[in-house]
Design a protein around this ligand. Sequence first.
Ligand code: ADP
Length: 445
Amino acid sequence: KVAGMGLAKSNQKPEYPDDSPDAANPAETSLLMKIIRQGLVESKLDIEVQRKDPNSPLYSVKTFEALHLKPNLLKGVYDMGFNAPSKIQETALPTLLADPPQNMIAQSQSGTGKTAAFVLAMLSRVDPTKKYPQVLCLSPTYELAIQTGEVAAKMAKFCPEIKLKYAVRGEEVPRNTKITDHILIGTPGKMLDWGVKFGMFDLSKIKVFVLDEADVMIDRQGHQDQCIRIHKCLPPTCQMMFFSATYESAVMEFAEIIVPNPIIIRLLREEESLDNIKQYYVKCKSPEDKYRAICNIYGVITIGQAIIFCHTRKTASWLSEKMSKDGHSVAVLSGELTVEQRIAVLDRFRGGLEKVLITTNVLSRGIDVEQVTLVVNFDMPMDMNKKADCETYLHRIGRTGRFGKAGIAINLIDSPQAMDICHDIEAHFGKKIQLLDIEDAEEIE
Ligand code: ADP
């Protein structure tokens, strides 16, 4: 068992020129959300179930007792503070634990309890008296594998007989040894090396195969092929579990290859909307002029916090320097920061230590900061063809039901191109974006 590996090696960064658009990296975003998450994301929406075989039974449970887990496993679940199954767990767990085993594809946004569900299934399927790997779990990155392993270790707190091993970079097993641990959690490359190339365990004895974060997985070069190569060596009786936060066609095509005859469950996500958001635009002549606009706005809005979005890291750091020099306390979050640094920045901002967060597209989705009342688009969101990126606009400005408080969005427009984008966004959502005269800023209150 690898202890304390934590996030120590997550600092490898690709080199970006500072003035290219800063983009979100799905694996990093996913990791960040896991780490800063305080608990379950509740959803009022219903589960949608599809199955090819209508005769296969489908149950749902309201308690963990109803699952008839091994007592020490149930104890571990309660010890984690889980009182009742989450919405996705209510439906997923009976299927994942069913006998005979059933294959499952499950999709729900991050934070809804998928990891806890499959970890519980993995642990309950292990026969600790047999000293060889019986469960494989593939994650797209080192850090995500460690996160899953830590959940498994916690849940198995009272089951010391269950052994878990990480198949990730840095972990070495001497050649010609046989692995005796029951559960392997790791990345596809290492798993392929150990299982197929070096024969350190017997893939034909695997009972449970989990593919986690499938949407992030297919985003990574070569991972999909490696997963498929591992999958080919598994026995036909192996139970397949496939998890994804999104439901794009590429993910589902991948799922079809991996998971025969599945039960598919989806938890729809609450839609973001622009209702309750007052949208404005301000005409500016130059970046300096935009900066002045922000200072005027900042002077007026004293309640709550603000997030300012820039297109590039260069603009973000230029703006933060200027604001800091003028005595404003600002935080900056952009792509050159490690995940640990991003967590620190967000923690400070959430704690109210800074009133303003300047960021790039690394932070468009998923980070709900409740007390943010003002969002400023220093640069309008645009795609690679320099056209309006309406989806990103919605992620930046929109709120879901949970945080459906009123908010203000201000778009700073300094070119005909930016004006076009603003008009396109207005037309796309059918919601007026009003001209704001900042000399007369009382209007926005
Ligand atoms: P996902 O894999 O969908 O992102 P997780 O399984 O990581 O979701 O769960 C999200 C958060 O909710 C974690 O902090 C986890 O400990 C917690 N959690 C999961 N299941 C439950 C439950 N049944 N009751 C309370 N908290 C839970």
